[in-house]
Design a protein around this ligand. Structure first.
Ligand code: DGJ
Length: 727
């Protein structure tokens, strides 16, 4: 049993392979958090909480004048607004027309086999390997209940959490903030690793000490965003890739979010994470309930590599549902950087012909194939094929591509509308805009109101018609602006935060429809590159276009950051032309391939214009990827050097789960005269095994402890890929 309730001490102890987590119902019925750390026994760890009069720390009802008892410094499981806790909180709610105040006390609990499920929201799934703990808290004064759910994957070292707020009162309840998780560590002296960025530069690694005050990251853009990612790691100063305590927290939500970490006034570090509560006020009518998105967390004392590989495995096995998850992802050529809006069937078929000769699996037709869309100012919403531009029907084009031995994929951006489109002319109220004001435009487009059932139905119909019109086996689901002007004509007066969340529920409903109706279709997520690269999306789309930046060198940092919280199979990465379209950098063709093989591999260039030597190199890259796709898609991933610290060479490695095969890859990012030899220490190999590396034999221990001498760079941004095979 991973979840143990002790009747005498009223403690709930949760064990996973690498951690123990404990809560306790105290003498006042409060649910305190008493332990989270290295695996230990079921002792009652509440002795670690030291009651003392701390001054300016008030007492909740029932505690009388016991000034040593205050929610303001006690570690808690789900802290609420209104009972004297002034730190960052999980829940703020109150009956309509009343001051929002809650005082939650323990009511009941239930332990069951299998993982709880959520309706309409992404969540991990698991049967025999998981257990569920439900703890019900009730407000001391009103019929307001909070159900805290814990899904425990003991062997996979992961716990999930969510909170369901239930109104059993006779009046409506207004929820102003409903976070998914609180982690109250008893000590401070912690650091936060988070991943910030911007368009074309997502998930940059940053590690900050948690000093006094609140460190906050989040998004108010209606999407998880390029700027911040809903995945963070709390760690110790001494934590490294290979050792030290760290706890990763991932929010399974693709909309606006908020993660706050606060170092306590006396001691302790609190992390709360959930949906953004800006302009949020959700009304729960009597009998209704509200579910906060799921959060997933994992603790290890073996450093970041162990944390990342554990989370990646659980996301791969218990979050991604697509039929494609274990299949070889199609190697593809995408028309975007190859042709942008300037193509017809002839041009596409010329690219397809080269793709087939090189050994690729698929042609993807990106933006520009529908309505009137020769640039990004018009056409979104009119999802009828522009046969005039193509010079044939979509079915004819797809049939020709299929005849060449390639599959066919297509791009859509169904969440958006151009004002210059028939859809907008017929249904202007389907676009979100504040009445009486000129709407804010971004990429000259508006956001469709996915909170409305008729809009969602329109989108589902478009998908049906498109998929049934030709042999389409892949969809790239794009979304190219941040959301503001949040206003739903169907629900005038609804708070913007409510519209934003209903939008997300609407989007998930559509993606679920596609998943259920077309399980054989591979859906790749995208939002102007990696603007919605989050674990919530992985539930529907097993891979996500990682960034609009296809420069191999900048991708090193982007892939490095992304690799902390996401499986590499989800990272879509392509070889593109040089000078690179985004930063004009020139890198060797081989380097571009080695970088793109870090994920779901493809090309994003006019293959028909390639030089003969580039063709040879591409052929070899595709063959290497095809032969080793299991290693790239499912192997454990090790960050060997960090591009944020080592400015000379970035090295990473994949090791197959059975440790039979491994590959060490790297890119030189700087060159020096009379340079010292570069060496790298491999990771994750079997110490006692002997590996063949380019005909030389080494023990796993030698490769990991002594390391390997890296090939000398021959040119700017030179790279290498070295295989080790167990003999
Ligand atoms: C943004 C995506 O990230 C690109 O790959 C491309 O699909 C464009 N949108 C098309 O408009």
């Amino acid at each position: 049993m991973a979840i143990i309730y002790n009747e005498q001490t009223k403690t709930f102890t949760i064990h996973t392979e690498k951690s123990t987590y404990q809560m306790k119902v105290d003498q006042h019925g409060m649910l305190l958090h008493t332990y989270f750390g290295a695996p230990t026994d079921e002792s009652d760890y509440s002795y670690l909480i030291v009651p003392e009069d701390r001054g300016f720390c008030g007492q909740p009802a029932g505690a009388g004048d016991d000034r040593t008892y205050s929610m303001d410094f006690y570690p808690q499981e789900y802290p609420v607004h209104g009972n004297s806790d002034f730190r960052v909180l999980c829940l703020k709610a109150g009956l309509k027309g009343h001051v929002p105040t809650l005082d939650l006390r323990f009511f009941s609990y239930h332990i069951s086999r299998g993982k709880y499920a959520l309706s309409g929201l992404p969540a991990l799934f698991g049967e025999d390997e998981a257990e569920t703990l439900e703890i019900v808290l009730k407000d001391l004064f009103e019929e307001i209940y909070v159900h805290l759910y814990y899904g425990v994957f003991e062997e996979k070292n992961v716990i999930t959490r969510t909170a369901v707020i239930e109104n059993r009162c006779k009046e409506p309840l207004e929820i102003k903030r409903a976070m998914s998780l609180c982690l109250d560590f008893m000590d401070n002296d912690m650091e936060l690793v988070h991943f910030y960025g911007k368009h074309a530069c997502e998930r940059q690694f940053e590690r900050v000490p948690l000093l006094h005050g609140i460190v906050e990251i989040g998004s108010r853009r209606g999407a998880s965003s390029h700027q911040h990612n809903p995945f963070v790691v709390l760690c110790r100063k001494e934590t490294t890739e290979d050792a030290g305590a760290c706890c990763g927290v991932s929010l399974l939500y693709s909309g606006s979010f908020r993660i706050q970490a606060e170092a306590g006034q006396i001691e302790g570090t609190r992390l709360v994470c959930g949906m953004d509560d800006d302009e949020f006020c959700w009304t729960l009518e009597p009998g209704e309930s509200f579910t906060a998105p799921e959060a997933v967390f994992s603790y290890t004392e073996k450093g970041f590599s162990d944390l990342s590989n554990g989370l990646k495995a659980v996301f791969h096995q218990n979050l991604i549902r697509s039929e494609w998850k274990d299949k070889k992802r199609p190697t593809l050529v995408n028309s975007w950087e190859a042709a942008y809006f300037d193509f017809n069937a002839e041009k596409l078929l010329a690219i397809a012909k080269e793709a087939a000769e090189l050994g690729l699996d698929m042609l993807v037709l990106d933006d520009g194939w529908f309505g009137v869309r020769d640039d990004d100012n018009s056409g979104l919403g009119d999802w009828n094929v522009n046969e005039g531009k193509l010079g044939c029907s979509l079915r004819e084009l797809v049939d020709c591509v299929n005849k060449m031995g390639l599959q066919f994929g297509i791009w859509v951006e169904l969440e958006m509308v151009s004002e210059d489109s028939n859809l907008y002319r017929s249904h202007p109220d389907w676009a979100m805009a504040v009445p009486g004001r000129d709407p804010n435009r971004s990429r000259n487009q508006l956001v469709l109101d996915l909170s409305r059932a008729e809009v969602r139905q329109y989108i589902k119909n478009v998908i049906d018609t498109l998929i049934q019109s030709a042999n389409i086996t892949y969809i790239k689901w794009d979304m190219n602006r941040s959301m503001d002007n949040l206003y739903s004509a169907a629900e005038p007066g609804a708070p913007q935060g409510v519209v934003r969340h209903k939008y997300m529920l609407g989007l998930y409903e559509i993606l679920e429809y596609i998943h259920q109706t077309y399980p054989e279709v591979l859906v790749e997520g995208c939002s102007g590159g990696g603007g919605r690269f989050d674990a919530g999306m992985l539930y529907y789309t097993p891979q996500i276009w990682c960034s609009d930046n296809t420069d191999a060198v900048e991708r090193l940092g982007i892939h490095y950051g992304t690799s902390f919280g996401y499986p590499m199979s989800s990272v879509a990465a392509h070889v593109s032309e040089c000078p690179n379209e985004q930063n004009r950098r020139v890198t060797p063709f081989q380097t571009r391939g080695i970088c793109a093989m870090q994920g779901a591999f493809g090309y994003e260039m006019d293959l028909s214009a390639m030089l003969p030597e580039e063709k040879d190199c591409a052929k070899e890259q595709i063959a290497v990827y095809n032969q080793n796709y299991r290693l790239f898609q499912q192997g454990d991933y090790y960050r060997i050097t960090s591009p944020y610290e080592n400015h000379d060479v970035t090295v990473w490695s994949y090791v197959s789960r059975n440790k039979e095969t491994a590959v060490l890859c790297g890119v030189y990012t700087d060159l020096h005269g009379n340079a010292a030899p570069a060496r790298a220490k491999w990771k994750g190999l079997e110490e006692g095994a002997v590996y063949d590396v380019d005909g030389r034999k080494f023990t796993g221990m030698a490769l990991m402890r002594g390391g390997i001498v890296l090939p000398k760079p021959e040119c700017n941004y030179d790279s290498f890929m070295i295989f080790a095979r167990k003999v």
